[in-house]
Write a protein that binds this ligand. Structure first.
Ligand code: NAP
Length: 283
């Protein structure tokens, strides 16, 4: 008797809304590149349905899923276990199903940001978090992953500016003296002293206000990274480019965090290459 054909591997992304997500395109590219028969399914799930849907994933045959806005924090308490990194960041963006039944949470955003900085700063291979002071704008979920990544890579001096100062103070409480918290007017004298500046706020996104920033204080060669990827080239990056800064958009982080998720599911770290970037940019 013929043996049963192997079922395609199932992965996906859970969020609300999910229609805009680039993840299905990114993962389909790697599934095809590695000749893995499988599907990556976008799943629009409301807050009230999250626990029920996540708990069904093992029985539905999923190998794992990504978790995106607005569920990255609330999914923590649904997991059977989480990585130390996800627990410290307080957010999960990748689930893997262990032994066909247990739900394990990871966070791959911190890896994504550091890989993006290391591979895309013009001095490729030489950017290190420990090399100079870093300014982080924002203190939301993405900022927590960014600060974790920077501290793990050896950052000695991180300055945080956020509209809601208390949220920045909470991050400082976690990491101590390597973090300083400032209010917005301090930007005027901080910006020129930074090795790297990272915008983790949603300001500058399509449909949002622009980021208030003292552009004339920017010094040439400063590395400026904006997590926003819609649009790809924000006002912050355009102004920084005019002043000869090294500019990096949010696409690299998006691709690298996805690569580590793929590795969690298939034990293959796929490459973030030009053909993938072109496929995403042409969407
Ligand atoms: P979040 O938790 O909601 O945090 C939003 C941040 O933006 C907070 O610091 C918030 O300040 C600030 N903010 C929002 N509106 C503001 C306003 N009108 N004035 C001043 N500050 C404002 O969101 P998140 O998950 O951290 O995501 C933040 C951004 O990062 C989004 O654009 C997201 O698309 C992007 N992101 C990109 C990647 C990637 O792979 N490239 C990954 C993750 C996130 P308060 O604390 O004062 O509210």
């Amino acid at each position: 008797m013929d043996s049963q054909p192997r079922r395609p591997f199932l992965t996906g992304v859970i969020g609300e809304p999910i229609g805009h997500s680039l993840s299905p395109l990114i993962h389909a590219h790697w599934l095809q590149q590695h000749q893995i028969v499988g599907h990556y399914v976008p799943l629009e799930v409301t807050r009230s349905d999250l626990a029920a849907v996540v708990n069904l994933l093992p029985r539905m045959g999923f190998r794992g899923v990504n978790i995106t806005i607005p569920h990255k924090e609330s999914v923590l308490k649904i997991c059977d276990s989480v990585s130390d990194q996800a627990a410290l960041i307080g957010a999960v963006n990748t689930l893997t199903i262990l032994d066909g039944e247990k739900i394990h949470g990871h966070n791959t955003d911190a890896y994504g940001i550091i890989q993006s900085l290391k591979t895309e700063s013009q001095v490729e291979g030489t950017w290190k978090a420990e090399d100079g002071p870093i300014l982080v704008l924002g203190a939301g979920g993405a900022a927590k992953a960014v600060v974790f990544g920077l501290i793990s890579d050896g950052a000695k001096e991180i300055h945080i500016v956020n509209r809601t100062r208390e949220k920045a103070e909470l991050i400082k409480k976690e990491y101590g003296t390597r973090i300083s918290v400032h209010s917005r007017p301090a930007l005027e004298h901080l910006v020129s002293k930074m090795q790297t500046i990272i915008n983790t706020t949603s300001l500058g996104m399509e449909g949002k206000q622009s980021l208030p920033f003292p552009y004339d204080e920017l010094v040439a060669k400063t590395v400026v990274l904006d997590l926003v990827y819609a649009p790809l080239w924000t006002e912050l990056l355009r102004e920084a480019k005019k002043r000869d800064c090294t500019v990096i958009n949010g696409l690299g982080m998006l691709l690298h965090q996805a690569a580590l998720s793929f590795k969690h599911w298939f034990n293959i770290l796929p490459t973030v290459d030009v053909s993938l970037r072109e496929a995403v940019l042409s969407k």
